[in-house]
Design a protein around this ligand. Structure first.
Ligand code: HSE
Length: 318
């Protein structure tokens, strides 16, 4: 039996927990052994929850437990997550995460640290929740030179724009609904101001463009969010045969990578125009494959939990 811990029992952490419980049998068959959640790190308590007794507010309970070999981090932010992640990796425990801020800021360093200590740092859940994009990009498409990545990479903003455009709902009302559904970040400014998309395109550019992508830093990417988009803008776009989408874009040209994040008018007959609600899509152009499109739910408890658990299983199977 493999013992794991979950750090952060909010939307994503509890989603991963629910999946590990609900599909325990299938997961065990797939991995050749059961996966058991031994501890959960959270400052809150969860009276009445079946996992209540597993919850601790003390990180050392996980770090010093030699039975725990894999930790799912779904705390968000970089402090204290950076220190926690480093300590876990240095103790030889693999870490899987949905935390794009951590991956975009410290990914290279943490992968190296994991290698050095014979464990893994995996982050499929950090970009576009349910969509498998990290492993396909770095493995299935590895024979290609990737020249361009373009997509709708944030569920919250796509949900907002879709509901404003199709139903005439106000920005504030739809944002509240996105928060209630567990799509938005703890601070939804990261979503609506484009920073979440910016971190995701930085991660994809880093992974896709080899040596050229190594120095892409999310803090340097020109980023515009959707806070200035009005119902009138969406209506005008509609009259002109377009929709407005928040697009993350990365391109390799003359050995140079350029990235940007901005709301764009997309003609209604373009594949990206029909990606609605919380769904995301990523269009990857390879020199041998041409365009490859990935589509699925870009946010949400179980959609993100699924990728977290997939990474845990990947580690267990190896
Ligand atoms: N807030 C993010 C989004 C969560 O809406 O896409 C998934 O990364």
């Amino acid at each position: 039996m493999v013992q794991v811990a979950i750090m952060g029992f909010g939307t994503v952490g509890s989603g991963a927990y629910d999946i590990l419980i609900e599909n325990a049998e299938g997961i065990s068959q797939n991995c050749g052994q059961p996966i058991n959640v031994k501890r959960i790190l959270d400052l809150r308590q969860f009276p009445g929850h079946p996992a209540e007794a597993l919850v601790t507010a003390n990180f050392e309970d996980i770090l010093n437990d030699s039975e725990i070999t894999i930790v799912a981090e779904a705390m968000g932010g970089t402090s204290p997550v950076y220190e926690f992640t480093k300590a876990l990796l240095m103790a030889g425990k693999s870490v899987v995460t949905s935390n794009k801020e951590m991956v975009a800021t410290y990914g290279t360093e943490l992968i190296e640290l994991a290698k050095k200590h014979g464990c893994k740092y995996l982050f499929e859940a950090s970009v576009c929740a349910a969509i498998p994009i990290i492993h396909p990009l770095t493995q299935c498409l590895a024979a290609n030179t990737i020249t361009e990545i373009k997509g709708i990479l944030n569920g919250t903003t796509n949900y907002i724009l879709t509901n404003m455009q199709k139903n005439g709902e106000s920005f504030d009302a739809v944002l509240k609904s996105a928060q209630a559904k567990g799509y938005a970040e703890r601070d939804p400014a990261s979503d609506v101001e484009g920073h979440d998309t910016c971190r995701k395109i930085a991660i994809l550019a880093w992974l896709a463009f080899g040596e050229h992508g190594k120095n892409v830093s999310w803090t340097d990417i020109p980023t515009t969010g959707i806070t200035q988009i009005t119902l009138a803008d969406l209506q005008k776009a509609d009259e002109d045969g377009c929709v407005i989408k928040l697009i993350g874009h990365a391109k390799l040209e003359n050995n140079k990578v350029t990235c940007k994040v901005e709301p764009m008018r997309i003609p209604k007959d373009s594949p990206l125009a029909n990606i609605d609600g919380v769904y995301n899509a990523v269009l990857v152009t390879g020199n041998f494959t041409g365009d490859v499109m990935f589509y699925g739910q870009g946010a949400g408890k179980l959609a993100t939990g699924s990728s977290i658990v997939g990474d845990i299983m990947r580690i267990v199977r190896k």
